[in-house]
Design a protein around this ligand. Structure first.
Ligand code: NAP
Length: 276
């Protein structure tokens, strides 16, 4: 895959970049400054310098997957970066028909109204991004993390919120979950909690059931109809048509060589066995 990573110089994003490169993927790191770009180029990534609050669609051209791991520096940017920036990246992924898009979100993003102040605004920005994603015909996965920490990872997570257990996620585990999710098509259009836990990341993600197939269409549309009956309700020929129906093709029309059409097919003297 060629993976566009937004927030590639951040604490989570830089871990995602390292893991992707180690697994042999190509990475296009979306960063804010040339100095950040130089760091990521040294690590082996291609880079683009762009601001998520501006136009970023161009950064996606030529990639096949994307990860959103950027985060606003200031509260006033939560809407334009965590919300709007993620939406723009998802729309670019849709525009270029990416194979997968992974959004770094947060547990309780579906309930911003339960919190106040900056926490409420943070959750609301993530909710906005999640809601827009749900409307896009795109294989996306939302990973909802707890509070991200710098504790060294042990490659283990839980996808289940348990009462009384702190809602935290080590960035190492979060990064591994992002990269593993990118490689798992069955997680398309799923929202998954990723918290500190005891299960190997790959096992925890593999244990998530794929979504059920869409319900079958209306029964009437699937009833077998005898040949001919199905065409009975074709509209009548338009009297203004030049020819009321398809005339037999004049063979000469199809012939692009010089002279008349040859009487026999050319170069067809080796019929399949058993056919004379
Ligand atoms: N922190 C948490 O507890 C928590 C919890 C759940 C989910 N999340 C989500 O997890 C992801 C990673 O979080 P993190 O704490 O690891 O992030 P981080 O270390 O704060 O890194 C964020 C990155 O985003 C970049 N960025 C900010 N504004 C930008 C803009 N306008 N255009 C382009 N890049 C921009 C920053 O660049 P600069 O260095 O130039 O500012 C930085 O590299 C984020 O999506 C975050 O919302 C975080």
């Amino acid at each position: 895959m060629i993976v566009l990573v937004a927030g590639a110089h951040g604490r989570l994003g830089s871990r995602v970049v390292s893991l992707l490169l180690r697994r042999g993927h190509l990475v296009r790191a979306l960063v804010r400054t040339p100095a950040q770009a130089a760091v990521l180029q040294d690590a082996g990534a291609e880079t683009v310098v762009a601001d998520l609050s501006q136009d970023i669609e161009w950064t996606a051209e030529g990639c096949t997957a994307a990860v959103f791991a950027a985060a606003a520096r200031h509260r006033s940017e939560l809407g334009s970066v965590n919300g709007g920036g993620a939406v723009k990246l998802a729309e670019a992924a849709y525009r270029y028909e990416f194979r997968h898009f992974v959004l770094s979100s947060v547990v309780r993003a579906d309930r911003p109204e339960r919190r106040n102040g900056a926490a409420c605004e943070f959750l609301a920005a993530k909710q906005h991004a999640e809601r827009r994603l749900a409307t896009l015909e795109l294989p996306w996965t939302v990973l909802r993390f707890g509070q991200l920490t710098e504790h060294p990872g042990d490659g283990r997570i839980s996808t289940v919120m348990r009462a009384g257990v702190p809602l935290t996620t080590r960035r190492d585990g979060a990064a591994l979950a992002i990269v593993d999710a990118l490689e798992r098509p069955h997680l398309a259009r799923q929202v998954v909690n990723v918290l500190d836990g005891e299960r190997r990341v790959a096992d925890a993600l593999d244990a998530i059931e794929p979504l059920p197939l869409p319900p079958p269409g209306p029964a009437a549309a699937r009833v077998a109809v005898p040949l001919g009956v199905a065409q009975a309700d074709n509209p009548p020929d338009d009297p203004r048509m030049i020819f009321p129906d398809a005339s037999p093709l004049d063979a000469d029309v199809e012939w692009v060589g010089d002279g008349p059409v040859l009487p026999e097919p050319v170069g067809n003297d080796d019929p399949a066995p058993g056919i004379s």
